[in-house]
Design a protein around this ligand. Structure first.
Ligand SMILES: Nc1ncnc2c1ncn2[C@@H]1O[C@H](COP(=O)(O)OP(=O)(O)O)[C@@H](O)[C@H]1O
Ligand SMILES: N[C@@H](CCC(=O)OP(=O)(O)O)C(=O)O
Length: 256
């Protein structure tokens, strides 16, 4: 069995370059660190975005006009591509991974929730890394998470994780516009702190992910309020996950 459980969420922006192409070395680097944790008996549940952008890479500009249907189609094409990438990289590290695609209603108390716990527990007990993403192919409006930061927080809570790590494309939460020279990363945040004034509204194109720093911080604070320390850190940095687990001060830590 394992000693600790960590939930790691990787956003679309982390795994793509400025042309919105998926950068494989970023995924390699992520899996390398998960494999290192595994050797230390720390199991990971990976929550990975990327299916929409992976589908867009294949299909290009779609003829479908309805934005919901377009997202469903991109994701249905992209999700198996993401899993093929992960499957191959995990195999290179001598590890196994598996796919879990929940919708929001699966978290309501009841049989779906119990089944999901059962499956994830089974995978972890076999040393298999569960990779979760929202089931974008079937979840629309009511059954959608606001974004994968919400999914990661719900999974961390569901599985009593010891830590939640939200990998993004920036060093943490800044105390001003991230591009202003004077802005600095806030190292520690408490669950009840109101930091809305620091959040810049996102301007995202289709496939570039959902949410934004505001919702990320909100979910990090929610996890922290349930006694799960959460880290908002730059997933493009080489050893960021290992640094957190080794107790280094990196990015923004949200905790009680
Ligand atoms: N105060 C802030 N500090 C840091 N980032 C911020 C802030 N306000 C807005 N942002 C934006 O939030 C983005 C990260 O959120 P998001 O795009 O949702 O990431 P992800 O795709 O990883 O979930 C950053 O790239 C940055 O442009
Ligand atoms: N489920 C979607 C991503 C949704 C999402 O939350 O994206 P992001 O803000 O990049 O974490 C996908 O796989 O493309």
């Amino acid at each position: 069995m394992y000693k600790k459980l960590v939930v790691i969420k990787v956003g679309t922006n982390v795994m793509t370059n400025k042309d919105n192409r998926i950068v494989r070395p970023v995924l390699n680097n992520l899996v390398r660190q998960i494999a290192e944790l595994y050797e230390r008996d720390i199991m990971t549940i990976l929550v990975s975005s990327g299916s929409v952008i992976a589908g867009k890479e294949v299909l290009g500009k779609a003829k479908i006009e309805d934005t919901t249907q377009r997202r469903q189609v991109y994701s249905a094409i992209g999700q198996p591509r993401m899993m093929r990438l992960y499957y191959n990289i995990f195999r290179d590290y001598g590890m196994k991974c598996a796919q879990v695609l929940p919708t929001k209603r699966d978290f309501n108390p009841g049989i779906h929730r119990d089944n999901m716990i059962n499956c994830i527990e089974g995978l972890l007990s076999e040393g298999v890394i569960p990779i979760a993403n929202e089931d974008d192919a079937v979840s629309v409006t009511m059954s959608m998470f606001s974004d994968n930061d919400e999914l990661a927080t719900l999974i961390a809570e569901l599985m009593n994780a010891d830590r939640l790590i939200l990998l993004t494309d920036i060093d943490g939460l800044y105390d001003g516009h991230p591009e202003n020279e004077g802005s600095k990363v806030i190292s520690n945040v408490e669950p009840e702190e109101d930091l809305d004034k620091y959040i810049e509204n996102p301007d995202k194109q289709e496939g570039e992910g959902r949410g934004g720093m505001g919702s990320k911080l909100g979910y990090a604070q929610l996890a922290a309020s349930k006694d799960i320390p959460c880290y908002i850190v730059n997933g493009k940095k080489e050893n960021i996950i290992i640094d957190i687990v080794n107790g280094k001060t990196v990015g923004t830590k949200v905790s009680q």
